[in-house]
Design a protein around this ligand. Structure first.
Ligand code: AMP
Length: 281
C-alpha cells in the first residue's frame, strides 16, 4: 500500500492510475480506523480496480476546539488496518497541504442543515463539504464511500454532488456495530471502560423508539425516549429526532411518510456520540 502525503504525489499517482485502470474508489476518513471504516474500503475494493483511502482530521468541520484537540490519532495502527484490507493507496496530507491558507468559501445546505447535526454543530457541514470537494477534485474518484452511521452527512454529500455536478457516484454503506449494538466510532476510544458499558443504551433507545412508534404518536415516542435515557444519568441527550429520511425534516405523523429515520445525539463521559435507525412504512 502506497502512503502519499503531498498533493503533487497524489496527483501523479492518480494520473498514472488513470492511464491503466478505469475505476477509482475513494474512502475518506479522519483515522482512528475501525471495522466501520474498513467495511467501506472492502466495498470499494469489490467495486473498483483501485481503492484510495484518506486520513485527514479536518479542522474546519469541528465546531468545538476541544473535540478537535482530543480527536484520536492512531496512524500506525490505521496503516496496518488499511493495508490488511488490500487498499491500494492512502493519502495522509498535513493541514498545511490542504489549507495553505484558510478556506474562505462557506456552504449553506438550506433546510438540510437546519436540523439535528447541522443545528447543533454550526458550520460543521460547511467544513465537511469544503474538504470533500477538495478531495473529489484532487482524487477524481469514480465512486466514493460513506457510512449511514452519519446519516445526515450522506444527505449533505449527495446534495453537494448533485448541485455541483461532481462526476462521482456516492455509495452508502451500512452502519457496523459492536456486538452489544454500539455503533462503531473513533470517538468510542475516548470512553472509559466503565462508561463504555453504558454506551449501548444509545442504540437501545433507538430500538425502543422504533417499537414505541408502533403504539404511540411521534410526540409520545419522543417523551418515552427522554424518559428512558433519564434513567441513565451519565448519558445526556442532546437530541432525539424522528425525521423524514429524504428531507430530514421532522415527522409529525408517521402515516404521511414512507421512510423515516430516528436520529440521536448524546454525551457520555464528555464524548459526543450519534446513531440512527431507518424505518420503512
Ligand atoms: P470518520 O472517520 O468518522 O469521518 O468516518 C469516515 C467514514 O466512515 C464516514 O463515511 C463514516 O460515516 C464512516 N463510518 C464511521 N463509522 C462507521 C460505522 N460504524 N459503520 C459504517 N461506516 C462508518
Amino acid at each position: 500500500m502506497l502512503i502519499i502525503r503531498d498533493l503533487q504525489g497524489i496527483k501523479q499517482y492518480i494520473k498514472d492510475q488513470k492511464k491503466k485502470i478505469h475505476s477509482i474508489g475513494f474512502v475518506p476518513t479522519m483515522g482512528a480506523l475501525h471495522e466501520g471504516h474498513l467495511s467501506l474500503c472492502r466495498q470499494s475494493l469489490l467495486e473498483n480496480q483501485c481503492t484510495i483511502g484518506s486520513i485527514f482530521v479536518n479542522p474546519i468541520q469541528f465546531n468545538n476546539p476541544k473535540d478537535l484537540e482530543q480527536y484520536p490519532r492512531t496512524e500506525d495502527s490505521d496503516l496496518n488496518l488499511l493495508k490488511s484490507t488490500g487498499c491500494n493507496a492512502v493519502f495522509i496530507p498535513s493541514v498545511k497541504e490542504i489549507y495553505p491558507e484558510p478556506a474562505v468559501i462557506k456552504f449553506n445546505f438550506g433546510h438540510l442543515e437546519t436540523v439535528m447535526e447541522g443545528k447543533h454543530r454550526p458550520g460543521h457541514f460547511s467544513g465537511v463539504a469544503v474538504v470533500v470537494s477538495k478531495f473529489f477534485n484532487i482524487i477524481e474518484p469514480d465512486k466514493a464511500y460513506f457510512g449511514s452511521k452519519d446519516f445526515q452527512q450522506v444527505a449533505i454529500i449527495k446534495q453537494l454532488v448533485k448541485d455541483l455536478n461532481f462526476p462521482v457516484n456516492i455509495v452508502e454503506c451500512p452502519t457496523i456495530r459492536e456486538e452489544d449494538g454500539l455503533a462503531m466510532s473513533s470517538r468510542n476510544l475516548r470512553l472509559s471502560s466503565e462508561k463504555r458499558k453504558l454506551a449501548p443504551h444509545i442504540y437501545e433507545a433507538l430500538k425502543f423508539g422504533s417499537t414505541s412508534l408502533k403504539m404511540n404518536d411521534v410526540a409520545g415516542t419522543k417523551e418515552k425516549i427522554e424518559q428512558y435515557l433519564q434513567k441513565i444519568p451519565e448519558i445526556s441527550l442532546e437530541y432525539f429526532e424522528i425525521a423524514d429520511a429524504e428531507t430530514l425534516l421532522p415527522v409529525v405523523d408517521v402515516k404521511d411518510h414512507k421512510k423515516i429515520v430516528l436520529c440521536i445525539a448524546a454525551y457520555l463521559d464528555g464524548v459526543r456520540l450519534i446513531d440512527n435507525m431507518l424505518l420503512f412504512y
